[in-house]
Design a protein around this ligand. Structure first.
Ligand code: NDP
Ligand SMILES: O=C1O[C@H](COP(=O)(O)O)[C@@H](O)[C@H](O)[C@H]1O
Length: 597
């Protein structure tokens, strides 16, 4: 057990400044026994990332084993010796080849294309800083902003600095860290279709890479119709000569099956699938990441997770603001493409998938795609759409969707949709999976609700009155805000009488965990840097997601179906309730409750 003990309380001397509690390590560390290590050692071990060891099995794909180096090891060379010393078998030692990409000799350049835009400012630069602050970025890294706007490095730094914050649970050396981070940020102004401008960027990147192995990550934070031009230019003029080149592609990935397939085809003229990281930021959210942990590491949920006990599942997304400022983009997509086809459907796939063979990206994505391909075609009768209208409350008048100057008058684009979906497989046959997504509603919330069946022959039915639906167990996973998981159970009200009520078993994150929850973009950027693909969308998943929604989207558009109008700030169109009722479901978010408080 020597290996287990030497690898189980480890530090990370390989990040830019070492910290004994670096979250990038602790969240991913896996202890393994010396016998397990011996099993892997004969195979080729590649220490691709200083903190992420990929043990590559040439026959069966990649078996990821994460670990961090022992405290007393200060260089990767020593780490290699340490690794080899763990096994006593000479034969094993001779067969073992350890490729070390020495972090002293490699660098990562992160190019944010569209650096002047909303997403870059709001999410990407702050997430990169948070990773830096947590010592999660490699020792040598550079951040480059690229866009058409004219800006100096100093102006970019000034723009970026306005959005940076430190973890509220830490805050040590905050301004010092910000300054260090900003010194690593640079800007290059160029056109998106100019290979010459990308070649200039390449020169600047080379200057910063200083002859080290160069790894490059391009984040396409730009409108989708310029994706391909950028990928062409980056690929032809600015891809890495001796390391990896990866591209994070933001949604929307097309607007239907055909355009999505054509986007993938075009991307693949310049990139192979492994270089394409299609981001769905909901997969980076803490409670979405926790979904598999909840299901597969707790014995109690496994047996309940099927049509035998689950009556329906609800995926609810609601925002209490309209499309303010993004109406131009939104009007050609609508809420089904903006939220349902990607964020909610991805969560559904994770919720409903079978246990994957391992947590390896391909194993997880294989299971998700099976769910998506098993889904019953979505019928128009199982979809309700809505659009918000103006509403006056007190002295404030909230605008209608079509009051937005960037929205064409008379637009039929839905800002709300509800849908009932079904999975045609043995586990889920007949269980309604309801989705509801809307803008300008009464609250901002995203949650998964699992409603269980009635207790058969319950001794206590008479204590509840006539509405047995009020007594069913419900598991609620609140993705945001105020993350938490709670289970509604029936309980005896203390006292001499036999009176029952429904109460919550609560896991309220703010009360249970002192740590601030990282933003989804932090997790996803880190994964992309490390080549971890589990939380990114593979092309066959994308095809299956579009295959489900494209026919109904076409029908809505061809038939010019009128969305049901709902007042800004309301609970959405009543049609959503009729839809649920037709499937014998009541939306769980309707009763005004604050169970986590
Ligand atoms: N903003 C958000 O919250 C979210 C955004 N996304 C996706 O991320 C990507 C970026 O979003 P966001 O930052 O909001 O986008 P922006 O509209 O802010 O565009 C980003 C940058 O792209 C350039 N740009 C904008 N319009 C054009 C155009 N017509 N032709 C050429 N260049 C243009 C601009 O830079 P310059 O003029 O300096 O070249 C702009 O600063 C999009 O694909 C979006 O769908 C996904 C989820 C959420
Ligand atoms: O992808 C999108 O997501 C945001 C909501 O993201 P959240 O992390 O703030 O919940 C949504 O506002 C936007 O319309 C959509 O494009």
């Amino acid at each position: 057990m020597a290996a287990l003990s030497s690898f189980s309380s480890l530090n990370c001397p390989t990040t830019s400044s070492s910290s004994s509690s670096s979250p990038c390590l602790s969240s991913r560390r896996l202890s393994f026994s010396s016998s397990a290590l011996k099993k892997f050692l004969p195979k080729k071990i590649s220490l691709q990332s200083p903190r992420y060891w990929n043990v590559i099995n040439s026959q069966d794909g990649t078996v990821p084993v994460t670990a961090s180096p022992p405290e007393n090891v200060t260089s990767l060379r020593k780490l290699k010796d340490e690794l080899l010393s763990i096994t006593s078998s000479e034969e094993v030692r001779e067969e073992t080849s350890v490729d070390i990409v020495d972090e002293h000799n490699s660098t990562v350049s992160i190019v944010v294309v569209g650096a002047s835009g909303d997403l870059a400012k709001k999410k990407i630069f702050p997430a990169l800083f948070a990773l830096y602050y947590e010592d999660c970025l490699p020792k040598h890294f550079t951040v480059f902003g690229y866009a058409r706007s004219k800006m100096t490095d100093a102006e970019l730094r000034d723009m970026v600095s306005r959005t940076l914050t430190c973890r509220i649970d830490k805050r040590e050396n905050c301004s010092e860290k910000m300054e260090q981070f900003l010194k690593r940020c640079f800007y290059h102004s160029g056109q998106y279709d100019s290979e010459k401008n990308f070649a200039e960027l390449d020169m600047k990147l080379r200057d910063h890479e200083k002859g080290r192995v160069s790894n490059r990550l391009f984040y396409l934070s730009i409108p989708p119709y310029i994706f391909i031009e950028v990928v062409r230019c980056a690929s032809n003029s600015a891809s890495s000569a001796n390391g990896w080149t990866r591209v994070i592609v933001e949604k929307p990935f097309g607007r239907d099956s055909e355009s999505s397939a054509s986007l993938t085809r075009d991307l693949k003229q310049y990139l192979v699938e492994d270089q394409i990281f299609r981001i769905d930021h909901y997969l980076g959210k803490e409670l979405v990441e926790n979904l598999s942990v909840l299901r597969f590491s707790n014995l109690i949920f496994g047996p309940l997770w099927s049509r035998q006990y689950i009556r329906n599942v609800q995926f609810i997304f609601s925002e209490d603001f309209g499309t303010e400022g993004r109406g131009g983009y939104f009007d050609s997509y609508g809420i089904i493409r903006d939220i349902m086809q990607n964020h909610l459907l991805q969560i559904l796939a994770l919720f409903a998938m079978e246990t994957p063979v391992s947590l390896d990206a391909e194993d997880v994505r294989n299971e998700k795609v099976k769910v998506l391909r098993s889904m019953k075609p979505l019928q128009l009768e199982n979809v309700v759409i809505g659009q918000y209208k103006s509403h006056t409350k007190g002295s404030v008048t909230y605008p209608a969707y079509t009051d937005d100057n960037t929205v064409p008058k008379g637009s039929l684009t839905p800002t709300f949709a509800a849908a009932a979906l079904f999975i045609n497989n043995a586990r889920w046959d007949g269980v309604p999976f309801l989705m509801k997504a809307g803008k300008a509603l009464h609250s901002k919330i995203a949650e998964i609700r699992v409603q269980f069946k009635h207790v058969p022959g319950s001794l206590y039915n008479s204590s509840f009155g006539t509405d047995l639906d009020r007594t069913t167990n419900e598991l609620v996973i609140r993705l945001q805000p105020d993350e938490g998981i709670y289970l509604k159970i029936n309980n005896k009200v203390p006292g001499l009488a036999m009176r029952l009520d429904q109460s919550n078993l609560n896991l309220h994150y703010a009360a249970r965990y002192a740590k601030e929850i990282p933003d989804a973009y932090e997790r996803l950027l880190l994964d992309a840097i490390e080549g971890e693909r589990r939380l990114f969308i593979r092309s066959d998943e994308l095809d299956a997601a579009w295959a489900l929604f494209t026919p109904v989207l076409k029908e809505l558009e061809e038939k010019k179906v009128m969305p049901e109008l709902y007042p800004y700030g309301s609970r959405g169109p009543v049609g959503a309730h009729y839809l649920a009722a037709r499937h014998n479901v009541q939306w769980g978010d309707i009763s005004a409750e604050h169970p986590l408080e």
